[in-house]
Design a protein around this ligand. Structure first.
Ligand SMILES: [Fe+2]
Length: 289
């Protein structure tokens, strides 16, 4: 495969690496693209959004428009995003309301609390046929304080790890690198153990990353190379790299990304106006249509 992420193809990798670093977005402001109407993008707005996604696998759009779930879904379609992950926790149309929920099943899941969420990519516990390749996070109302997301292009994480030691990439590409143990849930039933690589390639050679910094409900392969690679990645994500962005989403703003690494800080709500985000997860990557 001609993919630069193929460890046997260092020529393609080095060429890609040069381009990636030359085009990298260091300044978070440059990640933000102002758009007037998300559902009627001008060609220059559309091109600017795609440009950021191409360079960094993500863009933060800033509009003044209060989109509902259906509008978010229509906005996604403008980027080739059609197939939503059928998450049993999601609303009827497959878009989740991310807010603090004090009752029912969802309260047991960390996205529906005001707690911090560690670095991860979405759907790391999904089976391969439900790989989340992109997602949209649209802010309706921010928290009074906190609730920011740190963001890192997973391709940049790959690049920095491969620079440190290609063995890290070998270890994290193993099919048994990371296992989510079987889970028995009162309402969800049994979710079987899910083993898989951190780094994998799709049929077109695009890089996918599956990761969580959680230490509970996750088992890393217990060999020296895997543990060294995981430690190197943790160190990278804990550093103050200019490739790590911090996004504070205001109403009408959102993140459109190819499932990049992200976290969330803890937050405090105004009970009268609690934090609300819509989240859509898709099977396909962002494409130019
Ligand atoms: Fe997430």
């Amino acid at each position: 495969m001609q993919s630069p992420f193929n460890l046997d193809n260092s020529t393609a990798y080095l060429h890609w690496r040069d381009q990636k670093l030359a085009n990298a977005i260091i300044n978070t402001d440059e990640l933000i693209v102002e758009i007037k109407d998300p559902l009627d993008l001008t060609s220059s707005e559309h091109a600017a959004l795609l440009d950021r996604c191409q360079r960094s696998n993500m863009v933060i759009y800033a509009s003044q428009v209060a989109m509902d779930e259906h509008m978010v879904q229509r906005f996604g379609k403008r980027f080739g995003l059609e197939h939503l992950d059928a998450n049993w926790l999601a609303g009827e149309d497959g878009i989740s309301e991310i807010r603090v929920i004090d009752n029912g099943t969802r309260q047991h899941y960390i996205p529906y609390t005001d707690h911090a969420i560690k670095w991860h990519t979405d759907g790391y516990y999904n089976p391969p046929e439900r790989t989340i390749r992109s997602m949209l996070l649209h802010c309706v109302r921010p928290a009074v304080s906190g609730g920011e997301n740190r963001l890192m292009d997973h391709e940049m994480a790959y690049l920095l790890l491969r620079d440190l030691d290609p063995l890290h990439i070998y270890a994290l590409s193993a099919k048994d690198a990371m296992t989510i143990p079987e889970r028995v849930d009162e309402t969800d039933g049994v979710r079987p153990a899910q083993s898989g690589p951190v780094f994998s390639l799709d049929a077109s050679g695009n890089l996918h990353m599956r990761y969580t910094a959680r230490t509970r409900s996750i088992e890393w392969k217990q060999d020296a190379n895997t543990l060294a690679a995981v430690a190197a990645l943790e160190k990278l994500l804990a550093s103050d790299l200019s490739h790590i962005h911090c996004a504070h989403l205001e109403p009408g703003m959102g993140l459109l990304c190819n499932n990049v690494l992200h976290d969330r800080s803890a937050f405090t709500d105004d009970p009268a106006k609690p934090r609300l985000l819509y989240r859509a997860r898709y099977m396909e990557r962002i494409t130019k249509i």
